[in-house]
Design a protein around this ligand. Sequence first.
Ligand code: MRU
Length: 367
Amino acid sequence: MKVDGKHYRSIWRERDGWSVGAIDQRRLPHEFVVAKLTSCEDAAVAIRDMLVRGAPLIGATAAYGMALAMREDSSDAGLKRAYDTLVVARPTAINLKWALDEMREALAPVDPVERAEAAYARADEIVEQDVEINRGIAGNGLALIEAIAARKKPGETVNVLTHCNAGWLATVDWGTATAPIYLAHERGINIHVWVDETRPRNQGASLTAWELGHHGVPHTVIPDNTGGHLMQHGMVDLAIVGTDRVAANGDVCNKIGTYLKALAAHDNNVPFYVALPSPTIDFAVNDGIKDIPIEQRSGTEVTDMTGRTADGRLETVRIVPEGSPVANYAFDVTPARLVTGLITERGVLKPDRASLAAAFPERIARS
Ligand code: MRU
């Protein structure tokens, strides 16, 4: 997608052919800074510290992390060490494990002398595959938006609500939830996005708003509590969110607060869609609510807020009384019954075991 007319991806191989460039998402929306990753440890830290974030991008970063590791030590022990280091970098997004399993499967049979080259080749494939998958999601989600536009007066706005950042910054390009939005915008549909700010880290306010704005897509940032009111008043035509892991039964784990939006959508007959690439499906988890591990993050994300002051400085302030305990659950699980459909690269699926299994049989065989 574009940043002020220039095409960017969230992650790429640098011109030297081996180091990895990534947009430092901790600095957005205030500063556009590119970080250079030169070791497996760099990749692990980038994931852990959320320099990169978003399920598909976490997977892509881990894949390059394995490639960087193979430059350092391509022995079987080195392969295992890299896998073990990266797989624990963040717990909830299953794309991390998926990408690492893909890498290990590709590299294990290769002679250690050739492993580094093979690792870069496989990581590049994973990255390109992400872009292709998201193009598929874009096309399948576009049909839903077009159907809504067709029921409106010509030129009338289609209002989409989204939560967190499931945009191109969370993937390699296009995004998942935003992919149909970008395509609809490109096709001339009058589309407008309600962007949940997404406390506590504000990925909506700082990342989704930034990328939509820089690509020229009309949007409005709203406090997280606003969606229900908008839905009650007919101001949301559909919700599209991303996900970090979809269980075999269709339960959807995504950024904390997603469940509340799904409840509000259900109460107001607003279609609630989840966009996902197939690597986000975890056929090994049967019940999303019981079995998906929910990351708990630092309390400072709740107690502190960082922003730009009027005179241009970045400043962090505390907004919670000293001594008040805080809780910071980073994700929640929306039960399948509240999900209208799963927008995948192979079509819009019902959120249930049979539909997921029929669409992605090869993934079940491997889980
Ligand atoms: O904690 P984050 O910022 O990594 O959480 C990201 C999300 O919850 C996204 O919505 C999800 O990863 C889908 S990304 C296409």
